[in-house]
Ligand binder design. Structure first.
Ligand SMILES: Cc1cc2nc3c(=O)[nH]c(=O)nc-3n(C[C@H](O)[C@H](O)[C@H](O)COP(=O)(O)O)c2cc1C
Length: 194
């Protein structure tokens, strides 16, 4: 352990590795059945950074239908659920990944709360999403609207589960390998990986 290692830049040798200082990267995600969490973990594996699960003060019901109804009401009234998650050192982050499922074709209320509560001006914001097969809906557009003074980069989306049909965690095994390939490709187009 005391021997010195030649200062070889393995990044240039292998042609892969993160391009940003990982201490400046925050990955915040909302996930109920862990599909979005699986993507968040792949991102962290690739670029490093701090991974934070977004939690609300009053958890949503376990029941899917009840959750859909509550979310619909919150979207109608513009209710922003208070967050249990606190980020005390937002100033240190330059790149903030925000991950969420599509809920009712919209950005889930807790992520609206997060983007309202924290000032991400001057930072790079990068959205990622999983959904039940109906796509991102208005989610990425809402991220842009809630971060008017940030640079919002091209997001990543893929199909996750469909709780309505009893499909919970789908991004595992073969699907997780597929997801990893797609995420790496996306991170390269963003120049966050080389
Ligand atoms: C309350 C609720 C609403 C949802 N609404 C949609 C929707 O509008 N469109 C869609 O494609 N999937 C919808 N889904 C399915 C989720 O987007 C999908 O299962 C996603 O992969 C879940 O991510 P998670 O495992 O990280 O929680 C909904 C799921 C829930 C729980």
């Amino acid at each position: 352990p005391t021997e010195s290692v030649p200062a070889t830049d393995t990044t240039s040798v292998t042609g892969s590795g993160p391009t940003a200082d990982s201490s400046t990267i925050l990955i915040v995600y909302l996930s109920r059945t862990n599909n979005t969490k699986a993507i968040a973990e792949i991102i962290q594996d690739q670029v490093g950074g701090r991974l934070v699960a977004l939690e609300v003060e009053n958890p949503y019901p376990e029941n899917y239908r009840a959750t859909v109804e509550q979310v619909a009401r919150e979207n109608e009234t513009g209710f922003l659920p208070p967050l249990r998650t606190k980020i005390d050192n937002m100033g240190q982050y330059e790149v903030v990944f925000v991950g969420f499922p599509t809920w009712g074709m919209q950005l889930p209320p807790p992520m609206k709360s997060f983007l309202r509560q924290y000032d991400l001006r001057g930072k790079t914001v990068i959205p990622f999403n999983t959904n039940g097969g109906y796509g991102i809906g208005s989610t990425f557009q809402t991220v842009k609207e809630l971060c008017p003074n940030s640079t919002v980069r091209e997001g990543f989306t893929m199909r996750g589960g469909s709780e309505r049909d009893g499909q919970l965690l789908v991004i595992k095994e073969d699907k997780a390998a597929e997801a990893k390939t797609a995420v790496v490709k996306w991170l390269r187009t963003l120049n966050l990986l080389n």
